[in-house]
Write a protein that binds this ligand. Sequence first.
Ligand code: P6P
Length: 334
Amino acid sequence: MSPKHSREFLTVQQHILLQQHEKAPGASGQFSWLLSGITIAAKIIADRVRRLGLFSLSGAAGAENVQGEAQQKLDVFANDILLRTLGMRDSVAILASEENEEPIVCNVGGGGHYVVLFDPLDGSSNIDCNVGVGTIFSILRCDGEGRGVGGESAVLQRGAQQVAAGYIFYGSAVSLAYTTGSGVHLFTLDNAIGAFVLTQEHVRIPQRGGIYSVNEANSLSFPEGYRRFLEWAKSKEAGPYSSRYVGSMVADIHRTLLKGGVFFYPPTAKAPEGKLRLMYEANPMAMILEQAGGLAFVGGDRRRILEVEPRSLHQRTPLIMGSPEDVERVVAFL
Ligand code: P6P
């Protein structure tokens, strides 16, 4: 295989460029430059996560985010890093973060074509006890279909409009998964060379994983169908299923992508609209899982997460996503 096409030691930047040449030969390279902003931030965040206790970055920041959740110091650090590295990219017009009430308008009129939405450190409440956390990102174009750059209309687009989505999982290894609509590709951070190196192309989720992932402590307030699924999943007829729940969406979705199964967060008494955010958690993860051959629904109506018309930046949604057979099982009980 000629060096040009060798897949060994392919970094995520090289992979994006290859993808763009294959998909859009005339591409300006703006997109891969934008993505490099995310990977630079990810390397800095990964370093701090790895050495958390040494930077007195553990613990609460003493403030709350727009969700009314106690901000962890590392949430604030990760958010600042992403705002800084992405804000410098000319191709970025608007940034929207879980940690900021309003979108931040960057290079409007200066050639900014993309909206980048992100959850800078998902699962951060687990960070002090060394549980895996992650960064989730979603990328939209904001100069198409008469979208007024800077207006909320530029940000509030259906998940199906995403041009790219992905996550970085700060786990036992630092893994990056991304898709631009041509499959899901996995990279591992190689600290020896300071780059995310390709580990798996065109990842396919198993048709069935026999694993359910949900916070069962909330099950008494789940709609009835979810409770009936959980009873069935524990029965001999079902196998039975295994239960795996980390409480960090990135960790639970990464496992689901690789091992199969179904991750769901139903409406609960405490979170009648569901807990997870549509724009920067559910949408990017739904794009990743659908691109890997999985399903991602709001609930028993089989409405795709990616088809939900957003009303507000921080709106929440119930969700059921993962292997087709496992998702359909849950839906059948609903
Ligand atoms: P619960 C973390 O706080 C998070 O936003 C997701 O990463 C995770 O999947 C979910 O909330 C966990 O919520 O209610 O089970 O603790």
